[in-house]
Design a protein. Structure first.
Length: 159
C-alpha cells in the first residue's frame, strides 16, 4: 500500500470527536453494561476516579475518563460479574481497562490501529487534582450519562 493510500484510510480529524464518542459508548455498553448518551453541554462535575492511557506513534495523545467512585465500582461489578461490594476493591483496575479498550478502539476506528501504541493505564483517585492538557494541542472532551451517573471523557492531542 502506498503512503497516499494509507492516508485515505485515516479518518479526518473533523470526525474524531464523533468517533471518540462512538468508541466510548460502544466500550461502556459492551464491557461495563452501561448504556450512555452524550450530554449536549458539559456541566461542571468533579469525579473521584480518573483513568488515563497514552497514545504514541502516528498520533500523540492522552485519553482520560473521569467518573464517580460508584460508577467505577459498577463498572468493575459488571466486568467481573460480581456484586458491587465484591468489586469495590477492583474499581481502579476496571477504569484502567475501560480506558485501555476505548483508546484502542478509537485508534482502530480512525485508521491508525497498527500505527500507534498504548501506554499502561494510570488511575488516580481523590478530589483535589486537575489534569492539565498540553499547552499546544487540541482537546476533544464530552460528558456521557446513563441517567444516574456522569462520565467525563477527553482526548488531548499534541500538535
Amino acid at each position: 500500500m502506498t503512503l497516499a493510500a494509507e492516508n485515505h484510510a485515516v479518518a479526518p480529524r473533523t470526525n474524531w470527536r464523533a468517533i471518540l464518542s462512538d468508541a466510548a459508548c460502544e466500550t461502556l455498553s459492551m464491557m461495563a453494561g452501561i448504556t450512555v448518551t452524550v450530554l449536549p453541554d458539559e456541566i461542571p462535575f468533579q469525579g473521584y476516579v480518573t483513568g488515563t492511557v497514552g497514545i504514541a506513534g502516528a498520533v500523540s495523545a492522552i485519553f482520560s475518563l473521569r467518573c464517580s467512585l460508584q460508577a467505577a465500582t459498577n463498572m468493575a461489578s459488571h466486568m467481573l460479574g460480581v456484586s458491587p461490594e465484591e468489586a469495590a476493591a477492583q474499581h481502579c483496575d476496571a477504569v484502567g481497562e475501560i480506558c485501555n479498550i476505548v483508546a484502542g478502539h478509537f485508534k482502530a476506528k480512525i485508521g491508525l490501529g497498527d500505527k500507534c501504541m498504548l501506554s499502561v493505564p494510570t488511575v488516580i483517585t481523590g478530589r483535589d487534582y486537575q489534569l492539565r492538557p498540553p499547552a499546544r494541542g487540541e482537546r476533544l472532551a464530552m460528558q456521557l450519562h446513563d441517567g444516574d451517573e456522569r462520565i467525563a471523557i477527553a482526548l488531548d492531542i499534541r500538535h
